[in-house]
Design a protein around this ligand. Structure first.
Ligand code: THU
Length: 135
């Protein structure tokens, strides 16, 4: 388990290099481990029309989902900052739709990381059950 997560961190660090972030200069890489054992990699993609920016987490989930992966075990996220930085609120909610019990590994390097659960980051996420049934 531990070595699997170290490998995931390595892949997120590699993915970070492909970040397209000319506006913020803040590079984020993500590596997502699917239940199939496949790993999907992604990075943040910015836009001159700032609000169209895609966070690394949403990029990597969109890649995996659109390739048929349905369940997820862990995501490693690495940022170009000296501090460990946790996913934004929008990405927490986006991930919650597909991976309520996922482990989230926030990494600065393979020796500097924190593992939390998505439930810890988003204890009362909005979900399908939250929407009242039509009568
Ligand atoms: N960003 C992510 O990729 N993930 C997050 O959870 C927070 C922010 C990106 C978006 C933007 O390209 C840059 O970081 C600065 O906000």
């Amino acid at each position: 388990m531990h070595s699997e997560y170290i490998s995931l961190i390595r892949q997120s660090l590699k993915a970070r290099k492909l970040s397209y972030s000319p506006y913020s200069g803040f590079k984020v890489g993500a590596a997502l481990l699917g239940a199939s054992g496949r790993v999907y990699c992604g990075a943040n993609i910015e836009s001159a029309s700032y609000s169209l920016t895609l966070c690394a987490e949403r990029v990597v989930f969109s890649k995996a989902l659109s390739e048929g992966e349905k369940r997820f075990r862990a995501i490693a996220i690495s940022v170009s900052s000296n501090d460990l930085v946790f996913p934004c609120g929008a990405c927490r909610q986006f991930m919650y739709e597909f991976a309520k019990d996922i482990d989230v590994i926030i990494a600065g390097s393979v020796t500097d990381f924190k593992i939390v659960t998505l439930k810890e980051l988003l204890p009362f996420g909005f979900e399908r059950k939250s929407i009242p049934k039509k009568t």
